[in-house]
Write a protein that binds this ligand. Structure first.
Ligand code: GLC
Length: 606
């Protein structure tokens, strides 16, 4: 069966296609609490305070990572009640006020929908765990042990490893009822049993609860893991050093995934005008992706693709993220350009993102984050994002080019994420103190830990970077560079004196420019130029009627490159440089691109 649509609706206008979505990680965004109440955590009042700020940047939709009641084992991605707010973040009334305030600023709220699993503290699970005959037993995935091992411990139903657990079993033993339950991410995040229609009805109910409150849509957490292969087979051995193996092939886009997604769409989403984006890891099969995000799929508007996020991973040992390899610019180009072309061809839609709460900072991964290059490289990435077709996702702090925190930070105390903590624990079990291997593990943390995205937002040069009141210890350490890298200094950057825009000013400018020329940049065609070039990423963006053609040329290296305009391209005027002032002669066929400089030019094809 071909999934190519007979008539493409790629260029059909939709508000969510043109939207700029800004992701807030509530724990680290802004604390609105007074000195007497401050607890070092961000909250909803803090978000409300910053709505005008986000509007001035050019944001249309605010996506908040989970704010529901949660024991916070995985920072709110372990939900104990879908209909109440964690007291550290505020109340339902605060959410209502947030929705209202956003509305007053022509903005919308998108919630994180985490329904692949719940916390083990959720009432549903507490009841399920009461006994084997509990009416809610079948809401989760329970299985008997395979027997006992030599030491008398129960053997899990299969060899799947936890995703965030680094070599722990994906099954957690329940002593009282003598069965295992499935916990794919951590032992405290229990996978819901979507085979049970009551679970599905409960999910619809949660969605209705939020949509009827005025929420505009959902980012759906690991949504393509909801359907599991019901025979729960052993995974092949990829990492012989571990008892447990990555089992994602048995639960990614599983047998009933599309059926469940249609159910969500037909029963809930189709009644509203929503924005939906799926977090869909581990999937590369284009037909499968398009079945979920194609324009007639009746599933999701779009999905996050992780190819560029995994560019540094060594894949020979399975899906381990704790590895690093060098990559070439042409590989990265291949990923971005490939998705630009494929989505158009297959009539899907792209979600454009370089950062989120699960990834290290983009300026530290894809470019050079030294003091000399951080700012200009962050602007280069802004230029990339704002000139690619799709819906833009911007992560808090990206608009000021926040970078990874330094290697000196202590894995024992400064890293808080459960994934990092588990990785460090296992590294210490495997390697002696002072060993090269342990030093390597520390380096991997500094490059790849999720913690780098989770340090408090740097608002100004005041103590605690203005994230919370002075004298209070933030839940996570503030990056040492906050005195120079912060919102206040970048918003007030005197660009007329210095020639260059700050990263913040550049983002604002670039988002505005994109919206003015949305026919080309949001909906338009994409064509690579000089693809084999390992230093320059260049492409054309043009609207369907070919009224406007834009050339984007970016130098991804830390030295100046002289780049020859490909034949047939004539620039009529250069409209912007990520370094703002470059004297480019119009009749020049060879242009000078300074280190990490990007240019946009209006051109004719001759
Ligand atoms: C998603 C979230 C991540 C979380 C995981 C389990 O990947 O983005 O933060 O740890 O799901 O819910």
């Amino acid at each position: 069966m071909s999934v190519v649509q007979p008539k493409s609706s790629f260029t059909t206008r939709k508000w969510w296609k043109e939207a700029v979505v800004y992701q807030v990680y509530p724990a680290s965004f802004k604390s609105g609490k007074s000195a007497s109440k401050a607890d070092g955590w961000g909250d909803i009042c803090g978000i409300i305070e910053k709505v005008p700020y986000l509007r001035s940047l050019g944001v249309d939709v605010l996506w908040s990572s989970p704010i529901y009641t949660s024991p916070q084992v995985d920072m709110g991605y372990d939900i104990a009640n879908y209909k109440s707010i964690d007291p550290r973040y505020g109340t339902l009334a605060d959410v209502d006020l947030l929705i209202k305030t956003l509305g007053e600023h022509q903005m919308k709220l998108m919630m994180d929908l985490v329904v692949t699993h719940t916390s083990d503290q959720h009432d549903w699970f507490v009841e399920s765990a009461k006994s084997k005959v509990s009416p809610r037993r079948d809401w989760y995935i329970w299985r008997p042990a395979q027997g006992l091992d030599g030491a008398g411990n129960p053997i899990p139903p299969n060899n799947w490893a936890q995703i965030l657990g680094d070599s722990l079993s994906a099954w957690t033993w329940h002593e009282r009822t003598q069965e295992f339950y499935l916990t794919l991410h951590t032992s405290e995040q229990v996978d819901l049993n979507w085979e049970n229609p009551d679970v599905i009805a409960a999910v619809y109910d949660v969605m209705e609860f939020w949509l009827s409150r005025g929420v505009a849509g959902f980012r759906m957490d690991v949504i393509n893991l909801i359907s599991k292969e019901q025979s729960f087979p052993d995974a092949p051995i990829i990492d012989p050093s571990s008892k447990y193996q990555p089992g994602e092939r048995f639960y990614t886009n599983g047998p009933r995934f599309h059926e469940y997604m249609h159910g969500i769409y037909d029963n809930v989403l189709s009644k509203y005008d929503t924005i939906t984006v799926g977090e869909t890891p581990y999937i590369t099969d284009m037909e499968e992706i398009i079945r979920a995000v194609g324009s007639t799929a009746r599933e999701l508007n779009m999905a996050f693709n992780f190819d560029h996020m995994e560019i540094e991973d060594v894949k020979t040992k399975g899906e381990s993220k704790w590895s690093l390899r060098d990559w070439k610019l042409t590989e990265l180009k291949g990923i971005f350009s490939g998705w630009q072309k494929r989505m158009k061809e297959w009539d899907g839609w792209n979600a454009i993102f370089l950062e989120c709460h699960d990834q290290a900072r983009s300026v530290s991964r894809y470019t050079k984050d030294t003091d000399e290059f951080r700012g200009r490289a962050a602007k280069l990435l802004a230029l990339l994002e704002t000139t690619l077709g799709g819906t833009i996702y911007l992560y808090q702090g990206q608009e000021i080019g926040m970078r990874n925190f330094p290697l000196e930070w202590d894995p024992e105390t400064d890293y808080k994420d459960i994934e990092s903590v588990n990785f460090w624990k296992r590294s210490k079990q495997l390697h002696p103190a002072g060993s090269e291997e342990l030093a390597k593990a520390k380096k991997l943390l500094q490059k790849k830990a999720r913690d780098h995205a989770r340090t408090p937002m740097q608002w100004c040069a005041a103590p605690n970077a203005g994230f919370t009141v002075p004298g209070v210890t933030p839940w996570m350490r503030v990056n040492d560079d906050f005195k120079t890298v912060n919102v206040e200094s970048q918003m007030n950057f005197p660009c007329h004196e210095r020639e260059e825009l700050s990263v913040w000013q550049y983002w604002q400018h670039a988002l505005e420019f994109r919206k003015l020329h949305k026919d080309a940049f949001v909906y338009g065609d994409f064509e690579d130029l000089d693809f084999e070039n390992e230093g320059v990423y260049a492409y054309l963006r043009m609207d369907a009627e070919k009224k406007e053609t834009w050339l984007v040329a970016m130098n991804w290296t830390d030295s100046t490159i002289e780049w020859a305009l490909p034949p047939g391209i004539q620039v009529t005027h250069w409209v912007s440089s990520s370094l703002q002032t470059t004297a480019i002669e119009l009749d020049q066929r060879v242009i000078k691109l300074r280190a990490f400089e990007g240019l946009v030019g209006c051109c004719n094809l001759v």
